[in-house]
Design a binder for this molecule. Structure first.
Ligand SMILES: N[C@@H](CCC(=O)N[C@@H](CS)C(=O)NCC(=O)O)C(=O)O
Length: 225
């Protein structure tokens, strides 16, 4: 089984973290987004959307981080994707919440336009209004995450860790790049500390942490205390 990924990719890290935590053997294949390897053959043929991650399991190719996590957890019979109908529905709901509500405004509006030249909006007024929109909407979602998605639970779908936690926490970790802190969202803060304490977290996030260190001190718009 091969996983095509990039170590700083937000969509790749949930899968890499899951595989590491569950001790599932696979062949890692780095697709260098920095040199455009994802835009060229052979990867572009494997995933015509030209994005990582992609999983190759024999002759079966699967893209989309959320679908990959579900496939891997189901294949491994992992308790992190419960078989109980309602528990599984809750995990799916949380993953969809992160993927379609939170990620869009968090990453594509607030974070990426500040971090990656190909996401920069022109003119300057479009850039600043996009980032400001992203910050305001992200704060709105963080409030809901704090009070409803996590609340008094240990994890996002209850008191047991699920693939929704691997997924959501790594999307959240992209905020480290612009120095986000979660003091105003104590349940989010507590959950992120729990996830950051996972045995494989540090290794999986090493490249992202290095990238964050190289950006430290830059005047980013972020989530502040
Ligand atoms: N919906 C996809 C998104 C994948 C995605 O956005 N991948 C990014 C890296 S985090 C990528 O490959 N970007 C390439 C580019 O922007 O050219 C998933 O969840 O797998």
């Amino acid at each position: 089984m091969k996983l095509y990924f990039h170590p700083v990719s937000t969509a790749s890290r949930p899968v890499v973290l899951f595989l590491a935590e569950q001790k599932i053997a696979y062949e890692p294949v780095v697709v260098d987004l920095m040199t455009g390897a994802h835009l060229a053959e052979p990867f572009a043929k494997l995933n015509p959307s030209k994005m990582v991650p992609a999983l190759e399991d024999g002759d079966f190719v699967l893209t989309e981080s959320s679908a990959i996590l579900k496939y891997l957890a189901e294949k491994a019979g992992s308790a992190t994707y419960p078989t109980d109908l309602k528990k599984r529905a809750r995990v799916n709901e949380r993953m969809d919440w992160f993927n379609t509500n939170f990620y869009r405004e968090w990453a594509y509006h607030m974070l990426y336009p500040q971090l990656f030249p190909h996401h920069l909006r022109t003119p300057d007024t479009a850039q600043s209004s996009t980032v400001q929109w992203g910050k305001e909407k992200s704060e709105h979602w963080l409030k809901i995450m704090d009070s409803h998605i996590i609340g008094s639970q240990k994890y996002v779908a209850g008191d047991d860790i699920t693939i929704a936690d691997y997924f959501g926490s790594q999307i959240m970790a992209a905020g480290d790049l612009v120095g986000c802190v979660y003091d105003r969202f104590p349940n989010v803060d507590r959950w992120m500390k729990t996830m950051r304490a996972l045995p494989s977290w540090k290794t999986v996030n090493e490249a992202t942490d290095g990238f964050a260190a190289s950006l430290k001190g830059k005047p980013f718009v972020s989530i502040t205390a």
